[in-house]
Design a protein around this ligand. Structure first.
Ligand SMILES: NC(=O)c1ccc[n+]([C@@H]2O[C@H](COP(=O)([O-])OP(=O)(O)OC[C@H]3O[C@@H](n4cnc5c(N)ncnc54)[C@H](O)[C@@H]3O)[C@@H](O)[C@H]2O)c1
Length: 360
């Protein structure tokens, strides 16, 4: 068997712990070290997952032999941590969004290129089994030409329930806000819609919140070069209009408006993505791990393969291992992270200028 990918993780907060779970007993991935500022959390996770703990990630870089560093720190620190890692000669997988500004993302990409090491981007949704299968179906022509892609997350428990990410992720006054807003969540879908449509975004209109400022419903309309439309709509400070009895059994774990839920739960309003083509349509329950195809022959459920959430983090890291250890092309790069960020930032421009914003 090929050797394991030796990785270190910087940032062992909410998602860092999920990465650790996903890599547990993995035949190809070994977490040898982790760095975290919270001493108690570091100690507990290191004891549970048996890796070498570091309070200072720079010491980890100096002392450990690593094939890759996974950057799962607060968004505002992605640039500093990623650049330090690539300059130490380590390939990096950086969590989404790649950075808080387009300029920072460009500096990260330039630093990795100058150091001659890959910079992978954490477009984790691309590794969910329902999403992967949906893309295969789209590519095989199962729904014809893609016309419209949409996702909405609307619900919550009123204004107090808004899940604010805080200034450590998004400094006061910069784009960001809720964990179910355009920046922190919508960035996944911006990437995915381009991947589904196999086409770049040409122009957008949208509205996003600024961290620490009065929040409003967020939305984004994306006009793709292919003619397809992408639509995102987010509001987590109201209440759901779902009726009792609506819902689905979720096979995978999920980030929901109620927080992170473990696998195998009933969900009243499971997250889903809609893709409409001129020959059919797909309903993708990305975390619940279910996929439905509707066309002129009716609606049927599509069988899925691969590990559901949080296993998609392992699938993502397997793709990094294939590049680093086997020389396969990178599945998702820093440029993909930059492209999604440019679309996102154009939404803020469009709202300010009260007109459709062109990309680049
Ligand atoms: N791919 C996904 O599905 C997904 C899901 C959730 C979060 N995320 C992303 O993961 C990243 C982390 O999010 P989170 O929810 O885990 O945040 P979090 O605030 O729970 O955790 C971040 C951790 O990073 C640590 N940290 C900050 N600077 C550090 C440094 N210099 N050295 C070591 N540790 C440091 C903090 O102490 C904290 O524990 C963000 O970019 C977020 O957008 C991705």
């Amino acid at each position: 068997m090929a050797r394991k990918l030796r990785i270190g993780i910087v940032g062992l907060g909410g998602v860092g712990a999920v990465h650790l779970e996903a890599y547990r007993d993995h035949p190809r991935i070994e977490v040898v070290a982790g760095a975290e500022l919270d001493a108690t959390r570091l100690r507990d996770l290191a004891a549970k997952h048996r890796f070498n703990p570091y309070a200072d990630f720079r010491r980890m870089l100096a002392e450990e032999t690593l094939d890759l560093v996974c950057v799962a720190t607060t968004v505002a620190t992605h640039e500093e941590v990623t650049i330090a890692c690539v300059q130490a000669g380590k390939p990096v997988l950086c969590e989404k969004p790649i950075a808080g500004t387009v300029e920072a993302a460009k500096r990260m990409i330039a630093a990795a290129a100058a150091a001659g090491v890959p910079l992978f981007y954490g477009a984790t949704y691309r590794f969910l089994p329902a999403v992967r299968r949906a893309r295969e179906l789209i590519q095989s022509g199962a729904i014809g030409k893609v016309l419209l892609m949409r996702e909405q997350e609307v619900g919550g428990t009123g204004p107090e329930g808004r899940h604010l990410m805080g200034f450590a992720h998004y400094p006061k006054g910069t784009p960001g806000g809720s964990g179910f807003g355009l920046v922190d969540h919508g960035i996944h879908l911006i990437d995915l819609f381009g991947w589904f449509a196999a086409s770049p975004v040409e122009s957008v209109f949208g509205r996003g919140n600024l961290s620490g400022e009065t929040a409003a419903t967020e939305y984004l309309l994306m006009n793709f070069q292919s003619g397809a439309l992408g639509h995102l709509l987010y509001e987590d400070a109201t209440f759901s209009t779902n009726l009792p009895g609506e819902g689905l059994f979720s096979w995978g774990s999920a980030w929901t408006l109620q927080g992170y839920v473990p696998p195998g739960q009933w969900q009243a309003a499971p997250g889903s993505i809609h893709v409409h083509g001129d020959q059919g349509a797909l309903r993708i329950f990305h975390y619940a791990n279910q996929l439905f195809l509707t066309d002129k022959d009716g609606t049927r459920q599509i069988a899925l393969e691969g590990r559901h959430a949080p296993g998609h983090f392992a699938a993502q890291m397997e793709a990094c291992a294939a590049t680093i250890l086997d020389g396969a092309p990178a599945a998702v790069t820093g440029e993909d992270g930059l492209a999604a960020l440019e679309v996102l930032m154009a939404a803020y421009r469009s709202f300010k200028e009260k007109k459709v914003a062109c990309i680049r």
